[in-house]
Each structure stands twice: as structure tokens, then as C-alpha cells.
Design a protein around this ligand. Structure first.
Ligand SMILES: Nc1ncnc2c1ncn2[C@H]1C[C@H](O)[C@@H](COP(=O)(O)OP(=O)(O)O)O1
Ligand SMILES: [Mg+2]
Length: 193
């Protein structure tokens, strides 16, 4: 089954919380017909189902911590297999959060052809998340958890970017710009694949 997704185009979308990953992914879906898989959305769906696993996940996410690697990876893989026949490619949004997650993904699923690095300043991300928190209903869009998520991003996720830079597949976009301008740069990166 995993064979079906081995040849698919896989793009990792990496950036801090509130940097604009989801916003750009939506635009990519509309223009390119890629499948958008947000690890956070998959996890929140599990929480929403009210399952025991969901309850455990919610407690972890509320603290701004990372959920166990195998849990996220299995969810992503199942979702990819479900879409393998119809998808032009996959946007893996919010994963890998740490280098080890990237290595496991490649072992179990396949290699990314591009890492889209959605870059914004720390203060910009905080501002956007507080604003998003007014309506998102997300348990982690509050000041205390935001700070922890940012710290974890700088400590665990930035090394992911360095890791893939070594492979020459990183394209950085400046997400301080308005969303449509950011997207024109994202489009260029995808068109070059
Ligand atoms: N380039 C941009 N300029 C201004 N606001 C942006 C932006 N990109 C995203 N936003 C807004 C939309 C959301 O309310 C908030 C977080 O965006 P998001 O796409 O949900 O981020 P992420 O998925 O990286 O956490 O910021
Ligand atoms: Mg998001």
C-alpha cells in the first residue's frame, strides 16, 4: 500500500506557529490540487472524536508539547494512503517538528522533494496567534502556550531546516509580506519542481 505514495511529490511545509503555513497551503490546494495534510488538524480531529487517544493528545497539546512521534506519523501515513489515487502531491504541514521526525518519515513513507520554509518574526507570529485565538477555539492559542510553542519551535524545529538545507531542497519565503505576495513566491518554488 505504501508503494502508492512512494512516487508522489511530497512537500514539507515548515515554519513557526502562526507563520502562515495553513494560509499558504490553502492557496496551493486551490491552484495546484495538492492534498493538504496538517499534522495539527489531524491531531485535533482525533481530539474532537472524543476517543481515549484523543484525550491523551489534548493534554499534551494544551501544554504546547510535541505528541509521540509514532502517533503523528501513523496518522499522516493513513491520510496519505487514503488520498494516494487522487492526489497530485502532498503538503505535509507542521511536520517534521524535529529532525528525528523527518528521518522516520523518510523511512516509513518517502523523501520530500521540497521544504517550504515559511518565515516570520517571533513578534509577528505572537501577534497573529493572539488574533487567531479570538476565534479559533484552539486550546493552544493563548499567551502562555504560544510562548512555549515558540521556544520549542526555535529549539527543535529550526534544526530541521538546517538538516534539509544540507540537501539543497529548502526554499524560504518571507511571510511578513501580505498572503498573496507570499504565495507568488510559494508558486515559484512549486513551479520549479
Ligand atoms: N502573510 C500573512 N500576513 C498577515 N496575516 C497572515 C499571513 N499569513 C497568515 N496570516 C494570519 C492568518 C491566521 O489568522 C494567522 C496564522 O496563520 P496560519 O496560516 O493559521 O498559521 P500556521 O498554520 O503557520 O500556524 O495569521
Ligand atoms: Mg496551521
Amino acid at each position: 500500500m505504501a508503494d502508492k505514495i512512494k512516487d508522489a511529490k511530497i512537500i514539507f511545509v515548515v515554519g513557526g506557529p502562526g507563520s502562515g503555513k495553513g494560509t499558504q497551503c490553502e492557496k496551493v490546494v486551490a491552484k495546484y490540487g495538492y492534498t493538504h495534510l496538517s499534522s495539527g488538524d489531524l491531531l485535533r480531529a482525533e481530539v474532537g472524536s472524543g476517543s481515549e487517544r484523543g484525550k491523551t493528545l489534548q493534554a499534551i497539546m494544551q501544554k504546547g508539547e510535541l505528541v509521540p512521534l509514532d502517533t503523528v506519523l501513523d496518522m499522516i501515513k493513513d491520510a496519505m494512503i487514503a488520498k494516494a489515487d487522487v492526489s497530485k502531491g502532498f503538503l505535509i504541514d507542521g511536520y517534521p517538528r524535529e529532525v528525528k521526525q523527518g528521518e522516520e518519515f523518510e523511512k516509513k513513507i518517502g523523501k520530500p522533494c521540497l521544504l517550504l520554509y515559511v518565515d516570520a518574526k517571533g513578534e509577528t507570529m505572537v501577534k497573529r496567534l493572539l488574533k487567531r485565538g479570538e476565534t479559533s477555539g484552539r486550546a493552544d492559542d493563548n499567551e502562555e502556550t504560544i510562548k512555549k510553542r515558540l521556544d520549542l519551535y526555535y529549539q527543535a524545529t529550526e534544526p530541521v531546516i538546517a538538516f534539509y538545507e544540507g540537501r539543497g531542497i529548502v526554499r524560504k519565503v518571507d511571510s511578513e509580506l501580505p498572503p498573496d505576495e507570499v504565495f507568488s513566491h510559494v508558486s515559484k518554488a512549486i513551479d520549479s519542481l
